[in-house]
Design a protein around this ligand. Sequence first.
Ligand SMILES: Cc1cc2nc3c(=O)[nH]c(=O)nc-3n(C[C@H](O)[C@H](O)[C@H](O)COP(=O)(O)OP(=O)(O)OC[C@H]3O[C@@H](n4cnc5c(N)ncnc54)[C@H](O)[C@@H]3O)c2cc1C
Length: 419
Amino acid sequence: MNYGIVGFGTAGYHAVKAIREYDKTGRIVVYGNTGKAPYNPMLTTYYAYGKLTYKGMFPFGDLASIQKELDFTYKKEQVKKVHAGSMTVETEEGSERYDKLLISTGARAFAPPVKGLLPENALLMRTVEDAERFKERLGKKDVKSAIVIGASMVGIKVAEVLHKNGVETWLIDLAKCIFPLAAYPEVAAAIEERVEKQGLHLKFGATIDHMKVENGQQTAVLTDAAKIPADLVVLCIGTRAAVETVQGEVEIKRGIVVDDRLETSVKDIYAAGDCCEGKNLESGETQIIGLWANANRQGRAAGINMAGGDARFEGNILHNITHFMNMDFIGFGDNRIQGEVLECGSLEEGLYIRLVLQEGRIAGANIMDSYQISGIIKNYMLRLFSGERAVLPDYQRGMLIKAGLPAEFIDRIEEKING
Ligand SMILES: Cc1cc2nc3c(=O)[nH]c(=O)nc-3n(C[C@H](O)[C@H](O)[C@H](O)COP(=O)(O)OP(=O)(O)OC[C@H]3O[C@@H](n4cnc5c(N)ncnc54)[C@H](O)[C@@H]3O)c2cc1C
């Protein structure tokens, strides 16, 4: 059997690992455009900050040792096109046939051009190379002021690194508040207050219109005409799934559409990780849910299926867990859905939880400063979405109480859900 893996991030790695568990002798060819072992993009800001070594960004070790362990051929080549008809992968070097193929090309940071922004003063944040550029620039000590565009989980981490390096930093977004896709307005307001108290500047409802030099200083002119000095601009606006290798070959919406076996619309071509759309268990629609754990589980399930096994990835819900500026924020589900609100704790400090209930389910949850309870809450939400019984097992109830949730609050949730 000839297996092809296009893109070697965590999804590709987990697929290769699973294939080798099920098929000891098949030929696996991995096409990677980095020449490196898979890295964890979540760790890039920690490296830039100096909290992590370069090696620390590579959770599975170096390429040579992974190759030794899993026995595959690594081709440092950019895949240009997959031809489903002839079952071939095309690179600059030529074409090679596959029997089973995985597309695990991930996503790329996306940013529209900003007029007047000099390339040396613009940064993206996704790859190891982005992290190296960021670290190098900070090392020069010539950045006194900076703007981060995009009040997302990535944006806040980048802003934190700049702020902790003594840079006067503005986090700006066209949206009305921080974490617009995950936080409820009340929670967003509390987070904003906390980060501003620590010295980070925030501005919403505006973005950079253009850059100009004013009194010898690189200056951002915003869409509302405000001016902010900015030696550096970091663009954390969003990502785009990398789907061009299979454009016109398989069904693609925002990402490559897969079923719960991770197979695309074309037999024997699978997709996993940030390049694909799996099922959102809340909406029932397919959607890209770009998470590290998703990519791992999808890659593994795809690998098992490619090697003749039968594995399913049932889907996930929208999900954010972020630690930044001495706080934890956790957001689950769709924050646009309105419903009955149950809340407990204080937004000023310590444990806080806000649940929005709709039709006997938890449509969304925000949790502050207690990531310990997040797994139980997410698991409970998932069980409700799958129609399972709505009672928390005793040990989970005990863990919630131990973490600080009053028993009466847990009773109220169960009462509301069970009617
Ligand atoms: C700054 C940051 C913070 C994050 N924080 C979190 C977090 O807190 N929690 C969380 O769960 N997730 C987080 N994520 C998301 C998480 O990192 C991703 O979901 C996960 O890494 C996706 O893995 P992947 O294997 O699908 O893609 P990737 O890691 O993008 O790997 C894809 C690989 O394919 C290669 N490739 C692409 N095209 C080709 C081609 N044509 N030919 C050959 N190779 C190709 C790419 O170069 C890359 O090496 C964060 C991401 C970033 C950037």
